[in-house]
Design a protein around this ligand. Structure first.
Ligand SMILES: Nc1nc2c(c(=O)[nH]1)N[C@H]1C(S)=C(S)[C@@H](COP(=O)(O)OP(=O)(O)OC[C@H]3O[C@@H](n4cnc5c(=O)[nH]c(N)nc54)[C@H](O)[C@@H]3O)O[C@H]1N2
Ligand SMILES: Nc1nc2c(c(=O)[nH]1)N[C@H]1C(S)=C(S)[C@@H](COP(=O)(O)OP(=O)(O)OC[C@H]3O[C@@H](n4cnc5c(=O)[nH]c(N)nc54)[C@H](O)[C@@H]3O)O[C@H]1N2
Ligand code: SF4
Ligand SMILES: [Mo]
Length: 640
């Protein structure tokens, strides 16, 4: 056999959904590159996917199912594993009802077919499932409240922006395919702003970098609107396309510009200059995902939406307030999954909700594409909830902190062995993933895995269909627009249902077509995790995709603070990062470009190695959307 080129799409939880091109010879991978013809991928990939092939040979890669026997996880066959799973699920359903079974699915892969798991647990029950979304729950709820939809203008609409405001995003880490667009804007003399309490490489992309206090964005946005209001520079037609304008103006008037600047810890001048940028539009706001993971996260995004609308930028080409691209909008997801559930466990409150569940209590937890022990707040309580549950199944290509607490671990194909359809939350292209490599012998595609389970439980008819048939069902919605599976196999296609401009002139998708403006401040309670002088910001790292590290991160993860915040300590010192929730060891990095009130740490550590940020983070929800308030956490640093 000669060398063969294979095309796929990256399935990671990443806005970019890159087109992949691999060179394969005799089943061996020779090279992995970004698709040069994909308009957003432009031929390059991030480090974590470029290095992914190394992980396939690692010791955590699962090649066969593991079953707990005499307290230890031991290898078994897929037939044994599925027999056991079917027997235990059937017994628990018969004794306690389907609500005693909790199916938790997260975003380890964004492949649309991963939702066959939801379909199975709906057909088998309906069982208990999760509500809310720890990733983007608050921001999506905010945009749905304001606009009736959470979606964006075309990716290349930024070519028409005079100012681009990157509001809380680290493009070099988590959205690298936006960088060429930003560089182009600057090369053409258009202005780029970065608003982020953290100093990072993204500042090098910006003409102006504002470094407000963490969570200061609500005051910053209201303050900018106050400047516009005082200068009589709000859009004169705002009353026509906005609901509750008077109440919003009353909110804007509740503080002076100087008070807003103080609350955001910025100079008045910064607010005035930013207001000028909104006046001198078209100005696009690129709303970061990170900053809505706060108690007031939904209100913060709502204030940004109001700023876009009231400054007259929401409906202009080159304007808009972009938080999310509707990655599922091209697909008929109802054809493969279902939302029915017996009851819900709130995702940010996984630990407490599972432990408190009654009538019936949770007796089984099935985890698909998630590592909740590392990635959900209050890791210890999540671990305890799993340990106390009678029957835990984890479906994952790798053995994780969550898998190590399971009674059964089922391997599935990894990123390079995947076969699925993908949309993106950072642009409007869709793609197909196809196996570049074969999965280990005996490892089943998730569709086949659930069909194996279904056939043992009398549900074969409800789960029937080949992987390609499932894909065709998903594409049913766009078929009439000339998009077929065959067409997708030629390369990535733009979602034909996505318009260039999200909104027609001066009308959003709310019930009355008007922008629903924010009109009050949220109440933000303080909690036990708040005792400490530094804001603990657990953020995406270039070296990992959430809990999936590109290579072993070593014994200690790094915590970065301003030198004044760690008096008497030096870079390289071993320190404890601690609060009322607990203490984790870390290697200290001093960086004088950071604010004095922050401590930066990677978001996805290893819990069993004492490296999980979430061991220090309380389980609390955002104001709307049942997001997790990961970033509202305080810590102290102490030398060990
Ligand atoms: N390398 C890598 N890439 C990833 C991921 C990863 O783990 N690693 N994760 C993926 C996932 S799951 C997601 S959801 C996406 C998004 O991943 P996120 O990590 O959510 O990415 P950002 O939205 O860039 O959020 C982080 C940025 O928000 C800033 N920020 C924090 N608090 C505030 C604040 O109060 N105000 C403002 N203005 N800014 C603030 C941080 O300093 C940082 O620059 O990326 C994906 N891409
Ligand atoms: N402290 C703190 N915590 C955070 C965040 C933060 O900013 N700070 N960010 C949050 C965000 S934005 C997110 S999205 C979550 C992410 O949380 P998770 O989605 O739980 O994290 P991941 O590590 O991306 O993926 C989970 C698992 O999915 C597996 N997986 C990969 N591909 C497949 C597949 O095809 N099938 C199956 N079954 N499994 C697969 C991976 O191997 C991995 O073990 O974390 C959240 N947690
Ligand atoms: S993780 Fe994101 S940037 Fe990296 S290859 Fe996948 S889609 Fe592209
Ligand atoms: Mo996320």
């Amino acid at each position: 056999m000669g060398t063969e080129l294979r095309r796929s799409t990256c399935n990671r939880d990443c806005p970019d959904a890159c087109g992949l091109i691999a060179e394969v010879e005799d089943g061996r991978l020779l090279s992995l590159k970004g698709d040069p013809e994909h308009p957003v991928t432009r031929g390059f990939l991030c480090t974590r996917t470029s290095r992914f092939p190394e992980l396939l040979g690692g010791e955590d890669r699962l090649r066969q199912p593991l079953m707990r026997v005499d307290g230890k996880l031991q290898a078994c066959t897929m037939t044994q594993a599925l027999d056991y799973a079917a027997e235990r699920l059937a017994a628990i359903r018969a004794e306690s009802g389907p609500a005693a079974i909790f199916h938790y699915r997260s975003g380890g892969s964004l492949g649309l077919l991963k939702s066959v798991a939801d379909r199975f647990f709906e057909q088998f029950g309906p069982c208990t499932s999760k509500s809310g979304d720890i990733c983007s729950g608050a921001g999506e709820a905010a945009q749905e409240a304001d606009f009736g939809v959470s979606d964006s203008n075309d990716f290349f609409d930024l070519d028409r922006s005079k100012h681009i405001v990157i509001w809380g995003k680290n493009l070099f880490v988590s959205n690298i395919h936006l960088i060429p667009q930003i560089r182009k804007a600057r090369a053409e003399g258009r202005k780029v702003w970065l608003i982020d309490p953290v100093h990072h490489k993204g500042a090098s992309l910006a003409d102006r970098f504002l470094q407000p206090c963490p969570g200061g964005d609500l005051d910053l946005a209201l303050g900018v609107m106050r400047v516009l209001l005082d200068r009589d520079a709000l859009d004169p037609k705002a009353a026509e396309f906005c609901a509750n304008l008077d109440a919003c103006i009353e909110l804007i008037r509740s503080k002076s510009v100087a008070e807003y600047a103080l609350a955001a810890d910025l100079e008045v001048e910064a607010l005035v200059d930013l207001a000028e940028a909104f006046r001198d539009g078209p100005t696009a706001i690129l709303v970061g995902w990170g900053m809505q993971r706060r108690l007031a996260g939904g209100s913060i995004v709502r204030a940004l939406d109001a700023l876009s609308a009231l400054s007259g930028n929401l409906f202009r080409p080159g304007g808009g307030s972009s938080f999310y691209f509707g990655r599922r909008t091209a697909f008929d997801v109802s054809a493969v999954s279902s939302a029915a559930a017996a009851r819900h466990i709130r995702e940010p409150l996984f630990g407490p909700d599972v432990l408190a569940a009654q009538d019936p209590p949770i007796r089984a937890i099935w985890v698909t594409a998630g590592n909740p022990v590392c990635m959900l707040p209050d890791s210890k309580q999540v671990a305890e909830a799993l340990e106390r549950t009678e029957f835990v199944v984890v479906v994952d290509p790798f053995l994780t902190d969550t898998g190590r607490r399971a009674d059964l671990v089922l391997p599935v194909p990894s990123l390079l062995e995947d076969d699925d359809l993908l949309g993106a939350y950072g642009h409007h292209w869709i793609g197909e993933s196809r196996p570049i490599l074969s999965p280990p012998p005996g490892v089943l595609h998730e569709v086949e895995l659930f069909q194996g389970l279904a056939s043992r439980l009398g549900l074969s008819a409800a789960m029937s269909g080949s992987v390609d048939e499932y894909k065709r069902r998903l594409l049913g919605k766009v078929e009439g627009h000339g998009l077929s599976l065959e067409k997708l196999r030629e390369g990535p296609q733009r979602n034909p249902l996505a318009t260039e401009q999200l909104f027609d002139e001066a009308r959003v998708r709310s019930a009355d077509g008007k922008v629903q403006l924010i009109s009050e401040r949220p109440e933000t309670p303080a909690g036990a995790g708040d005792a400490g002088d530094l804001w603990f910001l657990s953020l995406s790292s270039i070296r990992s995709q959430a809990s999936q590290w590109s290579r072993d991160p070593g014994a200690l993860l790094e915590v970065t603070v301003h030198p004044d915040s760690a008096p008497g300590m030096a870079t390289g010192d071993e320190v404890a990062v601690e609060n009322a929730m607990g203490s984790i060891p870390a290697r200290l990095i001093l960086d004088s470009q950071q604010r004095r009130d922050v401590a930066l740490y990677p978001k996805g550590g290893h819990f069993d190695r004492g490296q999980s940020a979430n061991a220090l983070i309380q389980a609390r929800c955002t104001d709307i959307g049942l997001g997790a308030a990961f970033l509202d956490c305080r810590v102290r640093i102490r030398r060990l």
